[in-house]
Ligand binder design. Sequence first.
Ligand code: IVH
Length: 742
Amino acid sequence: MSPEEPQTEIARLIAEIERHNRLYYDQAEPEISDAEYDALFRRLESLEAEYPLFADPNSPTRRVGGSPSEGFEQVRHPVPMLSIDDLFEIPADELDRREARTGRRPLKERELVEFYSRLQKGLGRERVPVTIEPKIDGVAVSLVYRGGRLDYAATRGDGRTGDVITANVRTIRSVPLSLPESAGAPDTLEIRGEIFMTGAGFAKLNEERDEAGLATFANPRNATAGTLKMLDSREVGKRPLDFIAHGMGLVEGGEIATITDFHALLDRIGIRKNEPLVLAETLEEVLAAVRRLDEVRHDLPHATDGAVIKVIDREAQEQLGYTSRAPRWAAAYKYPPEQKETTLLDITVQVGRTGKLTPVAELAPVFVSGTTVRRATLHNESFIHERGIGIGDVVLIQKAGEIIPEVIRVVSKKEGGEPYSLSARLGGVCPVCAGPIECRETVSGSKAESRGVTTHFCVNFECAAQVASRIRQFVSRKALDIEGIGSIVAEKLVERELIRSPLDLFEIPGGTLAALNLGTEENPRIFGEKNAAKIVRTRERAAKEMPLSRWLFAMGISQVGESAARELARLHRNFGELARSGILAELRTLKTGESKEKNPLLAPYEIASEVGPVAAASVLDFFQSPAGLAVLDRLAALGIDPQSDHYAPIPAENAAGPGKALAGKTFVITGTLSAARDVIAARILEAGGKVSGSVSKNTDYLLAGEGGGSKRDKALSLGVAVIDEAELDALLSGASAPPEES
Ligand code: IVH
């Protein structure tokens, strides 16, 4: 290597790792697997060690990673939240290669052996007592209790400063808000642990999101991180989050001398501790504990990809000390994701609500990471093509994030087997309805490594598979809330050809519904009068009362989830306006990254991020498609014309002339208030005010609740008026216009 090569390579790796840090910590949308990230990190570490001259003090190897997100208050951790160094288990195929090369088979736990011997050398003794416990694959949090009450909860952030997410954490039932006096907890007690989602909770959440046309999460960790970043804690409260403690931070006014004491305290205050916890005093015991944990970890409620090994004794910990990012007295042993070989028996095709055709691998059943896997998504044609997958091949599978099965690669081709072509198999028609299909090319991946992805869609709006799932969406609680129609009823209605599109629901006679047989000829199960009456009553309500936003969401148009539907109904009065929308036509011409605010035609509307160029195009395309036009005709024939119940395209402040109480005033909200922030924000918006996320010289008022330190300081320094809720009420109520600022 010439001298400038390592230097450029180091710089490249730093930039690359920083980018993945942002994707992982800030956006909760990682592009690469943990193993790939670890490989980059290690490559950088070894280059820096080899060429210390080029080592950068701001390298990600020297800090804890991630930066706090906007929108939350920040707090400095009283004791830094450190990272842990990883010790990787050598995967079986790597062991084979090394054995072939050197004639000796290394121990797969070699890095763990080296770690333990570093402990022994550092302390100058043979026996080093350590604990071994699961590494929980969740989101790290710090809970600070003062005087027996939860003072705040914070994320790890960059390890020194984290986001205050108390409101969100309060919604987690396993986090006590106050500690029983009898527990004898120290005055200040910082408990550290992980917030996570159980596999079952995660699966249910994804199912609901999928139904609602929202993007699903890749794994429970992403779902947890995404949830904790939400600004509306009521939404957080609906997500299945849980907490387990694994350590302590600051402790004042009391002493917790040993791990046993800490665990006894956790029991007294009712916080779940991280189990199983094993004590070991020799290398043999450590190896045995780590291997045993690998066998039982799949039975734990949370995803676990490793074992954490910690030196017990406090003095020994201090003696071993710290690197700039992690203690030398602890390490995380990482199990490789379990991979299994199995035969690809067949490839079937699923039709989603939007008509997307997803190829699914039908596998010879194999037991992987705790469950029997029979199917795995193959995503799209490009995925199959890139991996050269064919029916009859032996493939390697693993579970992404230990949950969702995926096909990694082909291990051996079936003799004489052909590569599978989804296009050829489909032969231009949908496997369910034999209707026409369309091939769409999209671009995925980073700018540097973008690649084309081919996805097939069934474009027959009346395809039975699409119709059934569209009906479920149409009648769902957040859509038109038509009662009495579950999955089975929806499927039967389609199967019996009583329904070909959701709007047919409005024309089935009550008597036909009542007589519907949900069972079989021999074993009939009749739907009945009462259930039929429920449908008739609630469909009347949908036709007469449901506002435009509900109807729009019910349509299941791609890219139009609940919030996009609300925003569209703020900008338009009815379907007619939407179909001919000038706003959407302008919006769809924006290039990616081009801002709506800078476009003079769009700026006054202050369109929310849920409605961007892609959503705009999707809505316009829908209303111009045969299916969309048919929907409009049909609604007209049925005499249904839903109207927006919150039409206000131009926010009051942008509209000419005075009007509402808070017109033209910009508010920033901070601290803990009597209601969720967005509830208060909605009141301000309704009164014509504007709500912004950060204090600037353009801010008129800072509405400050309890806490809210840094924003308050900033407001005071800029001379921005700081008000409390009572003062906001005064502004909102009597006063027709807010008082002049002093
Ligand atoms: S102890 C000084 N124990 O892993 C050591 N951490 O890379 C402090 N984690 O985000 C951490 N399970 O929150 C510890 N049983 C466990 C853990 C655990 C998961 C997380 C931790 C941190 C990351 C460190």
